[in-house]
Design a protein around this ligand. Sequence first.
Ligand SMILES: [Mg+2]
Length: 279
Amino acid sequence: MTYHAADIKAVILDLDGVIYRGQTPIRGAAKATDWLHRARYHTYYFTNNSTRTRDSYVELLAGFDIDADADHIVTSASLTAEYLAGRECGRRPVVLVVGEDGLVKELRGAGLHVVRRTGKRAVDYVVVGMDRDFTYRKLHAAQQAIRTGAEFIATNRDATYPVEDNVIPGGGSIVAAVATAAEREPVLIGKPSRRAGMLIARHAGVKAREALVVGDRLETDILVGRRAGMWTCMVLTGISGGHEAQALPANRRPHWIVDSIAHLPALLRKLRAGGSSRR
Ligand SMILES: [Mg+2]
């Protein structure tokens, strides 16, 4: 079957390394996103960061002159909430959270009963994300809940998290600690799971082949797009470099590489003009 890049209707933008880096916006990001809106692409912002709420991203983006509402922002926390709320367990699910406020708020907002420590109540899910107040006590509670039957869910498995000119331990580091203690592997919700790609395509109301993922990380952004059957474009303003992309097998490489998001409108104009591709 041949798919045409000219059919792209939705553009799914990663945040860190695409729109900004640390506190600093990427040059041309506001202009490019404004162009996407005017050119009538369904534009979504998708981050694996689970620590903030979608509303706080609305404010953050507004500070960079980017106009987005919460419905067009997807985080690994909101995706986890959507995933769990959509599952039937016969009662209001009890969720033990190892994570920060953004994750707790998203889960509560979806109607889930969130607890921060185990008591007599049976726990249905243990949800683990980035937690900068992670302790041995939390690790123990998560381990016990999983070993007594709770399902283990990871918002993301990013080992590191980029800050200005360095990296800090990411959500994946915490997930790894829980997985080791519980001797179980989690269900992964965020990028690069195929599930994340399918959920966001459904959210955007498009077929996977009508969506373009734009990101800076090969092992999350590009991989989620590839796994879900989306188009993929890598920017060089974040973590991964062009050489790393070329070293990958063809089906893992981004379809396109641009220097930065500022060059995205030119690429999409060219594709719309009929530069049809197949894969
Ligand atoms: Mg990124």
